[in-house]
Design a protein around this ligand. Sequence first.
Ligand code: ADP
Length: 514
Amino acid sequence: MSARRPGRGVPPPSDHEQTDTPLGDRAWRRRQVFVPRLRRRLAFAFAAAIAVTSLVMVAGSYVLLRAAQDRDALEGALAQSRFNLLLAQSLLPADPVEGDFRGLLAALAIRGDFEALIVDGGSTYVSGPQVSRALVSADLVRGVQEGRLVYQAVDMMGAETLVVGGRALDQATELYFFYPQAERLAALARVRNVLIALGIALAALGLATGRWIARSMLRPVGQAGRAAARMAGGDLDVRLPESSDEFGAWAASFNMMADSLQTKIAALEEAQVRERRFVSDVAHELRTPVAALVGEASLIETRLRTLPGGTLPPDSRRALELISVDIGRLHRLIEELLEISRIDAGAAEIEWTETNVVEFLGKMMEVHSFDDVQLQATRDIEGLVMLTDRRLLERILLNLVGNARKHGRPPVEIELGAEREREDGRVWITVTDHGVGIAPADLPHIFDRFYKADPSRSASGGSGLGLAIAWETARLLGGSLSSESGVGDSAGARFTLRLPVRIVADSDTIVTDA
Ligand code: ADP
């Protein structure tokens, strides 16, 4: 199995860090992006529905209007043409000459807004210069020659024109009438533009309405999300307004849940306070007799050392030695219980002192004879003076080094460095050993009170309170304590203490580089 060992001199990652983070807030901020997305989707759906509807309406109206207009225009042109043919029949003699055709054109000119073309054998007569025989297709000519009234749309000098052709009864003369459509089509185009503008306005209205509806529909969802996030962040007083709609029922259930949660948590907190007071009382009560026992045990130890061999039977000597060791353990346990009770009661004393952290650690190692421990500091921390409580800092480090020696294997290393963030920063101190490390299943609980990762290994030693006290103490110093471990025989455990360089204590004291 391969071991995972963090590199030297690099600020370690903060997995398993146990700090007071407002989880709910972060989760809500991460998720709230979905509400606007949902809102956008709803608004878009509304707008799309209205846009499609208005498009269908606009296009439909235009198509119907155009069809009706085209039909009317055609019927008008056909009616006019029939009339013109009758007129021609009545005006033209049996064997017409050019003057007759000119007379007919003049008569037609006062009838209406159209042009005329008369084809009589090889001769052509036109009402205006824009009309010519070339405009008349062969199909149209064939239809006229067959005696039918025929029509066709043609382009006359760039303008759409309807041509209707026919023959006057009893006459071989062909007559073609040109009805200009440009004006009518321009009017139709204006109507189309108005309809398009109307469609766009409707789509915009749809978007605005959609946004408004989506926002008002999703407002309770947003409120509920924020309330749940605040609750997750520890604010149990939060409640939702109970309206009379569907959301009201939902809000009522939420509020009931919040009530019941609040009651249960209050009961749990009360029970916890009672339990902690009980532990504290027990520890206080035991302190005096145990102190007396410690004195007596030390007397016994001295006597045992000075008694000549053979004065006591070996099993009695062994029993006395064990009693002395157990009294020592009991004494440590009571001191730890008292310490954690003091922290719980908020009675822990903190004495902020300006501290050169590298010097402090060096001295601490000398005083406690940490000859087997290697100390390494990165360059950025040299000379750094921070505000901390030396006694509390020492307590944490003694526990971590003690554990590394007790539960891990040498070499034990202390590394320290600084992380700068603008004018603020953090000091990190890691304690690493090369033992078996801590199993992944134990890591999340390692700072729990009385937790022992391997009870059999710890049978000889501590209470499982040391790391819990260290964790609470780190918090008292404004920092955090985290643990990580590699996997493998000598993977080792690593504990990281992070402390702020600048503490805003009661006096708002600021720390400077020395
Ligand atoms: P204890 O008094 O038992 O040392 P702690 O709270 O200090 O109590 O530690 C809790 C448990 O965490 C220990 O019993 C041990 O199983 C585990 N532990 C702590 N430090 C280490 C380490 N460096 N290596 C392996 N296990 C450790």
